[in-house]
Write a protein that binds this ligand. Structure first.
Ligand SMILES: [Zn+2]
Length: 361
């Protein structure tokens, strides 16, 4: 009997070691995208805040961001599609390869595996970055179609804004097809909330299958937003973690990019500190749920934002800008949790999607 057990043990060990990659597989994956977030934005945020939650991450890498077709400067759609599907595509495309065929996203793969899925953002959920995790359209401008696809995608939790894209013109929305996609979702069992006060009534009663859209189109800047990105993220983690099989959640700090486009150093700092607050929520969750992998990265750097002067003790920076648009420099990636070691080194951004897809096999 003892020999049999020993042989079984040996077989188990051999099988365990013979895999191409013995890296652990996370149960939960949280991918956090600071839109437009480069090292300038991160350093500015750190100077203002004193230290960042990001500093707790154990593994750091760099991502090349170039889009398909030798397009040196990516947009958010191509970059988010690379991260969500592992496929390089043309600028402007959402969840599609350069052949205009849909590609499976990590959220779709997770759902097929029986995991819960979620999206948290502080812009319209139909905007390029969140859309690329759920929808498939040849153009990021097709927000009415993106809304229709999101409403039918079966994502368990969507928290962001942009209810206008889901509602008919007769109800103050933007749809000319007369459909009320939020009402359709409500009938399929979703809890739909559009105000901060209603959202707060839910916090004692976490609802899986929630659609929370807190503005007709985009929500305001960091200090105006209610609920905050950190609150939305905490709620998402509490809700999604109720399920047994784990979850995949995408969290976006959407407006680091917009502050950079506007060349507003003070707003970059606000948005960066705000995003880092959400990172802290996820890190604290992962400390209690060690089977959680967290990836924090960016789709591209915006504005060639750099720091010309500053004071650590005074907590201020003097920013400088090279452009109002995106740049082609590499962006950092921070990883923490099971499998984090797979994301180090210099890699194309498609590797993020490809590795996550492998983890979701
Ligand atoms: Zn972007």
């Amino acid at each position: 009997m003892k020999t049999v057990i020993n042989v079984l043990l040996l077989v188990t060990l051999l099988v365990g070691c013979s895999g191409r990659d013995a890296s652990p597989i996370p149960r939960n994956i949280v991918i956090m995208i600071g839109d437009g977030m480069g090292l300038g934005q991160i350093t500015a945020g750190r100077t203002a805040k004193g230290s960042l939650e990001l500093e707790q991450f154990t593994h750091i890498g760099l991502l090349l961001t170039q889009a398909y077709g030798d397009d040196y400067i990516t947009d958010s759609a191509a970059a988010a599609t690379a991260i969500s599907t592992g496929v390089a595509t043309f600028n402007g495309m959402i969840g599609m390869g350069p052949d205009s065929l849909p590609r499976t996203t990590i959220l779709e793969r997770a759902k097929a595996l029986g995991k819960k899925t979620g999206i948290v953002t502080v812009c319209s959920i139909t905007h390029a970055t969140p859309a690329s995790f759920v929808a498939h359209t040849p153009s990021r401008e097709m927000e009415l179609e993106i809304a229709r696809q999101i409403s039918q995608a079966g994502v368990d939790l969507c928290l962001g804004s942009g209810w206008g894209w889901f509602m008919p013109k007769s109800a103050g929305g933007r749809r000319e097809d007369g459909r009320n996609l939020l009402e359709e979702m409500r009938r399929r069992g979703y809890v739909v909330v559009t105000t901060d006060s209603t959202f707060r009534t839910l916090t004692d009663l976490p609802a899986v299958n929630i659609m929370g859209l807190f503005a007709e189109n985009h929500v305001g800047k960091a200090h105006e937003r209610k609920p905050t990105l950190a609150e939305l993220t905490r709620y998402a983690l509490e809700t999604l973690s109720l399920a047994e099989g784990g979850f995949v959640l995408m969290v976006e700090g959407s407006q680091i990019d917009w502050a950079s486009h506007d060349n507003r150093s003070d707003e970059i700092v606000d948005e960066m500190v705000d995003f880092d607050g959400a990172v802290g929520e996820v890190v604290r969750f992962a400390q209690k749920h060690s089977e959680t992998l967290i990836i924090v990265t960016s789709d591209h750097e915006t504005a060639g934002y750099t720091l010309l002067n500053g004071s650590v003790s005074g907590k201020w920076v003097q920013g400088g800008f090279a452009t109002h648009y995106h740049t082609g420099v590499m962006v950092p990636l921070f990883a923490l949790g099971p499998g984090a070691e797979r994301f180090t080194g210099i890699r194309p951004n498609t590797d993020v999607g490809a590795i996550l897809m492998e983890m979701l096999k």
